[in-house]
Write a protein that binds this ligand. Structure first.
Ligand SMILES: [Zn+2]
Length: 430
């Protein structure tokens, strides 16, 4: 990691600036003072300026959904195109193998999380939402991306649910950040009831209540597969068979005949909700999310969606309805890397009718808003934290005025990452 060598007040100048909540600017500069953006616009010769040339400056990216504990994987688990429940069986097997390793490998989750954070930062991600298996060591997130860590709840039997509830509560009981305290300043807690087929209905109700009391966000996988809808409708199908095989099912765990909309109505009681995936949300659910867009968002994970070969994602429908859609990489168990720009590029390629400004907004401002951080980051304007990234543009574009050229050229890498005005990564090329 590179250390800051910039003075307290300095400017970054590039061929293009993409503020995200304002039109693109050319030949523009961002002035940074004490870690905050104080001006965006023309160059002021009196301010020390880092001239980046044929590059584009934009806000640090927000990866709204990942599971960093899988970041030691070199390739996704299972087989491309496999059923979600078969892939989950693979995940359980892999986790068990990792847990069974003798020390020092027993700290594998924290090691993988650190590795994933470093990868995310190199990819221009300055803020992320991570789902983590408890007990979570918040210290492994220190000095990296700002992380909302959603402590995962899995439990269908009453006994397991009570046990998990106690563990989750212990995270909130820990003292807040500051000297000598356990939680670094760049970490905030969230809660993640995993999915409808792994969480008791009464637990979900309780966790949403806790979210509201503690004012912490909730992230839940919902409407991810067609099999999930069958499980909710009839209590049968591949998910139920998997749960029976694992001995994880209890008859009163989830009432029969529920739909994704029933879940959304409970999740609306949380202080803030990230609906992860939502691949198979029906129109009534999409309309519900649009009506609650101030506190509820959907996180689309394009390359994970492709990995499982789901039906076409209803992205145009959601955006037209007014749903706030953020982007996530998901984990390395279903995506070959944590480079969010590759997911942004997948959206640009598969949805040519969606304008590029909106696509970039999904990876920045919408992600920040989903996590409840949009007042502070996700766009470049005075008052915001100076989380800024620079991408070198392809040389051939020197005669073309397209600030979004990097979306078509995967060779364009992140060249610089500033976090609160501090240079934390340099590299990349085009
Ligand atoms: Zn996930």
């Amino acid at each position: 990691m590179h250390t800051n060598c910039e003075p307290p007040v300095f400017a970054l100048h590039a061929r293009f600036v993409l503020p995200v909540d304002a039109p693109p600017m050319s030949d523009a500069a961002i002035v940074i003072d004490g870690g905050r953006i104080v001006d965006v616009g023309k160059v002021d010769r009196h301010i020390e300026t880092v001239a980046l040339g044929n590059a584009v400056l934009m806000p640090g990216l927000v990866n709204a959904h990942t599971h960093l504990e899988f970041s030691s994987l070199n390739s996704p688990l299972g087989v491309r195109g496999s059923r979600l429940c078969d892939w989950i069986a693979e995940v359980i097997r892999w986790r068990q193998q990792m847990d069974d390793r003798p020390p020092p490998e027993s700290g594998w989750r924290s090691d993988a999380t650190r590795r994933g954070l470093a990868e995310a930062l190199r990819a221009g991600v300055t803020t992320l939402g991570d789902i983590a298996t408890p007990p979570v060591d918040p210290v492994c997130y220190e000095n990296s991306c700002d992380s909302t860590v959603f402590v995962e709840f899995i439990g269908l039997t009453r006994q397991r649910a009570e046990q998990r509830d106690r563990i989750i509560r212990s995270h909130f009981d820990r003292p807040y950040s500051g000297k000598g305290c356990e939680r670094p300043a760049n970490v905030v807690w969230g809660i993640s009831p995993h999915a409808p087929y792994t969480v008791r209905w009464d637990s979900l109700v309780g966790l949403c209540r806790r979210s509201s009391t503690e004012q912490v966000p909730v992230a839940m996988h919902l409407a991810e597969s067609a099999d999930e809808a069958e499980f909710l409708r009839s209590g049968a199908g591949p998910f139920r068979e998997l749960l029976n095989r694992l001995g994880a099912w209890e008859n009163d765990a989830v009432p029969l005949g529920l739909t994704a909309l029933d879940y959304l109505q409970v999740l609306a009681g949380a202080s803030r909700t990230l609906v992860i995936h939502g691949n198979y949300l029906a129109t009534e659910s999409i309309d519900f999310l649009a009506r609650h867009a101030d506190r509820m968002s959907v996180v689309y994970c394009p390359r994970t969606h492709e990995y499982f070969g789901h039906s076409r994602y209803p992205l145009e429908h959601m955006l037209a309805a007014g749903v706030r859609v953020a982007l996530g990489t998901d984990s390395r168990a279903s995506n070959p890397d944590l480079d969010l720009l590759n997911d942004v590029r997948a959206v640009a390629k598969n949805y040519p009718a969606i304008d590029r400004e909106t696509i970039l907004k999904m990876a920045t401002l919408h992600g920040a808003a989903a996590l409840g951080l949009a007042e502070d980051r996700g766009s470049l304007r005075p008052g915001m934290r100076a989380d800024v990234i620079a991408l070198r543009l392809p040389e051939y574009s020197s005669s073309q005025a397209d600030p979004y050229a990097f979306l078509d050229d995967p060779r364009c890498r992140v060249e610089r990452v500033y976090r609160a005005g501090e240079l934390v990564f340099t590299g990349g090329s085009c």
